[in-house]
Design a protein around this ligand. Structure first.
Ligand SMILES: C[S@@+](CC[C@H](N)C(=O)[O-])C[C@H]1O[C@@H](n2cnc3c(N)ncnc32)[C@H](O)[C@@H]1O
Length: 243
């Protein structure tokens, strides 16, 4: 009996994985995400322990220091940048699908100067498109990068360039993939650029351990990294590229 139910749950898991891989392949969202079209306030709430203020004030502060705000939002519909309330210098979102093409969204995304790349974050082809966007805008790198995948975390790693065994669908955060992603972002981050990323659930104790693993995995000669737990018990990291 137990064997039968283990077999059934394995079959269910495989079916689910195939369905998700199919979605990623076709650029169709596998779920109706409860967390979508998020506002700057919702982003600030997630990252409060490492940003300490509203997104508007943070962006304005950078501007007052003569810094640019070319933005990248990974695992996102990019909605956060469309409200014309953030002084950004261009924004690109990367998600499974491109909502900017649906209905009246085009106007909102155009007015907000927000582009979307539909692609799988762990595939090289998606990063080629990100690089093509930078080249088209004639900017060398991003100044601010956000990663707030919420329930999307287990999907990052499905159908990647990596061997499948590395990223079982039911895992929470696959650390190796996550550090790989952060390294890919760091290669495209401006001096004085910042990354704000959600890393999955964890305790304050986990935050300290994660911080030292992260420092070991990334080149700390050029960055500082701080991991904190937010009010939702999610670990959030702030990476600042010094030069
Ligand atoms: C819960 S939504 C969060 C959206 C947005 N960051 C927010 O805070 O409102 C999850 C997002 O992750 C994206 N996503 C999930 N897996 C992905 C993958 N492998 N590659 C790219 N985007 C992915 C989905 O397209 C979706 O936009």
């Amino acid at each position: 009996m137990a064997e039968q139910s283990a077999y059934r749950s394995m079959q269910d898991g495989l079916k689910r994985m195939n369905r998700i891989e199919d979605s990623l392949e076709k650029g169709v969202e596998p779920y109706d995400w409860p967390m979508s079209r998020s506002s700057p306030e919702e982003y600030a709430q997630t990252f409060y322990p490492i940003i300490g203020t509203s997104l508007q004030k943070h962006f304005a502060h950078r501007k007052s220091q003569g810094l640019n705000n070319v933005c990248l939002d990974l695992a996102s519909d990019g909605w956060v940048f469309t409200g014309l309330r953030l002084p950004h210098d261009g924004a690109l979102a990367v998600g499974i699908s491109d909502p900017s093409t649906i209905g009246d969204n085009r106007i909102r995304y155009d007015m907000g100067d927000v582009s979307v790349v539909a692609g799988n974050l762990v595939k090289q082809t998606t990063w080629n498109e990100i690089d093509a966007w930078l080249a088209k805008r004639n900017v060398p790198s991003f100044d601010q990068v956000f990663f707030r995948p919420g329930g999307g975390i287990p999907l990052i790693g499905v159908q990647s360039d990596y061997p499948k065994s590395l990223h079982p669908i039911d895992s929470t955060t696959n650390e190796e993939l996550m550090f790989g992603l952060l390294n890919r972002v760091l290669q495209r981050l401006s001096p004085n650029g910042e990354i704000f990323a959600e890393l999955g659930y964890g305790t304050e104790f986990d935050a300290k351990a994660m911080e030292s693993r992260l420092r070991a995995a990334l080149n700390t000669a050029t960055i500082s990294a701080t991991v904190r737990q937010n009010t939702l018990k999610l670990l959030v990291v702030h990476i600042h590229k010094i030069h």
